[in-house]
Design a binder for this molecule. Structure first.
Ligand code: ZN
Length: 129
């Protein structure tokens, strides 16, 4: 099943936990839910959904992979930083499912990280028992 995420900025951290949870089939008792981002300039992580931390994540990405780093790919479509940031974030996370619910830790959320927005993205949610 796919879910849609719309962003309003070039870089954005969006909590998609509720959308992912809604995509877990009712009949699934226990298993694994994998969230996969089929894009090369966005990623997904599990971390705390706290407003200032979301800003810190954006600043950390900018610090580790600056926007203008003299990258060769920028000669093609000017978004090499987004590819490199997405590579560091990763394209999937797996979350245990127990009794039909995502078994996340108290402070854990599934966070989609847009690195080349704003745009609408599709994320794949795959569950196995
Ligand atoms: Zn590119």
């Amino acid at each position: 099943m796919s879910i849609q995420v719309k962003t309003r900025a070039r870089v954005a951290v969006v909590d998609v936990t509720a959308k992912v949870a809604a995509a877990v089939p009712d009949g699934l008792g226990s298993g694994v839910c994998t969230v996969f981002v089929p894009h090369t300039t966005a990623g997904v992580v599990v971390n705390e959904n706290e407003q200032r931390l979301r800003g810190d994540i954006e600043r950390a990405l900018d610090y580790v992979v600056p926007r203008d780093g003299g990258y060769e790919h920028d000669e093609i479509d000017d978004n090499a930083d987004a590819h490199l940031r997405a590579m560091l974030l990763g394209e999937s996370v797996s979350v245990p499912v127990v009794d039909g619910d995502l078994d996340l830790g108290t402070w854990q959320s599934v966070l989609f990280v847009e690195c080349d927005g704003p745009r609408t993205r599709s994320l794949e949610v795959v569950t196995t028992d």
